[in-house]
Design a protein around this ligand. Structure first.
Ligand code: ASP
Length: 325
């Protein structure tokens, strides 16, 4: 029987970055090495082949955008139709990896493993973490247990679900996870250990699978801070079809913000600037036309709202969506 290929899609990031010498850990140019070169640089990787690769982009992930997310999802949906492909690995910058991961988690029609990885140190650095991360991502993509788990992020030996994962530190190599919920599993000596599975709907069961190019509605985020001029909310709302408000603590909104939001008629989601823990519904939310983000951080709530607002939705429908995904 022919062994199926792992498709490796390069998008850029620090994993493909080069700096000025081995001690340059934070100053480098992200996205300067091609995906083929990355593959060649990983000792023993060939044991997990065969591989095919595609250079989707070679950018710093701060340049990721809904436009690119849509195209990446469509590419993956095309690749997943091929019966010679057994898994997909995406190399990506770490800065927006959690956003791309959650977007794909909701929009790709796959059952095969889809694994994202990157690195915190550029390829030229001493103790670069890219090669081991790529090796472990491929090991996860080859494993039976990663099938049907949605989009996974593999970094620093840990496996996380796209919905829960976040970048938690600016420079440490052990930066990905969820401060509250822990990791889904780990990969050690080439073996994959999974302990939890995602409970929320994703990939092939999602109602947001992308089949054609779409222009997603614009959804803005405003994270609150003490003494904020509430006019900012109005300005952002004017250019948006949906609004995420990162409130204080448990999504707390001061009176001035509440009064301003009452005048804004687009769908509004109350999230928390903390990005950890849940925001659950208060009795005043219905009256004030607010939906709560559950455990989604503002950036992830934005992705879900963008996908949901591809058509007009009732408040009840948006509530259902935020409880389901
Ligand atoms: N700025 C880089 C990026 O997100 C950081 C990284 O990949 O670690 O592309």
């Amino acid at each position: 029987m022919n062994v199926k290929k792992i498709m490796i899609i390069g998008t850029g990031g620090t994993i493909a970055g080069t700096g000025n010498g081995a001690s340059a850990l934070t100053e480098y140019r992200a996205g300067s090495i091609g995906v083929e070169e990355l593959i060649q640089a990983v000792p023993t990787l060939e044991r997990y082949g065969p591989f095919e690769s595609i250079q989707f982009s070679n950018i710093d992930s701060s340049e990721m955008s809904p436009y690119r997310w849509v195209r990446l999802a469509l590419l993956i949906n095309d690749i997943a139709k091929r019966d010679d492909i057994g898994g997909i690995v995406i190399t990506h910058g770490t800065d927006t990896m959690e956003e791309t991961a959650y977007f794909l988690h909701l929009t790709v029609d796959v059952d095969i493993p889809v694994v994202m990885t990157g690195s915190m140190r550029p390829a030229t650095a001493l103790s670069a973490d890219g090669p081991v991360n790529l090796l472990q991502a491929v090991q996860v993509a080859r494993s039976e247990s990663a099938k049907g788990q949605g989009v996974l992020v593999v970094m620093n030996g840990y496996i996380d679900s796209a919905r829960e994962v976040a970048k938690l530190h600016t420079t440490e190599v052990g930066t990905f996870g969820n401060a509250q919920l822990g990791h889904m599993g780990c990969v050690q000596n080439g073996k994959v250990y999974l302990y939890y599975a995602p409970c929320r709907t994703h990939t092939k069961d999602s109602e947001f699978i992308l089949r054609e190019e779409v222009e997603l509605p614009s959804v803005g985020i405003v994270n609150l801070y003490g003494g904020m001029d509430t006019e900012i909310l109005t300005m952002v709302a004017r250019q948006s079809q949906g609004l995420i408000v990162g409130g204080f603590g448990h999504g707390t909104l001061p009176q001035g913000v509440r009064d301003t939001l009452k005048k804004i008629t687009i769908p509004k989601v109350r999230s928390s600037r903390i990005g950890n823990g849940i925001v659950s519904s208060n009795s005043s939310d219905i009256k004030e036309g607010l939906i709560v983000s559950d455990s989604l951080s503002p950036v992830k709530a934005r992705i879900l709202l963008m996908l949901a607002l591809q058509r007009e939705r009732s408040r009840e429908d948006l509530e259902r969506i935020f409880a389901r995904y």
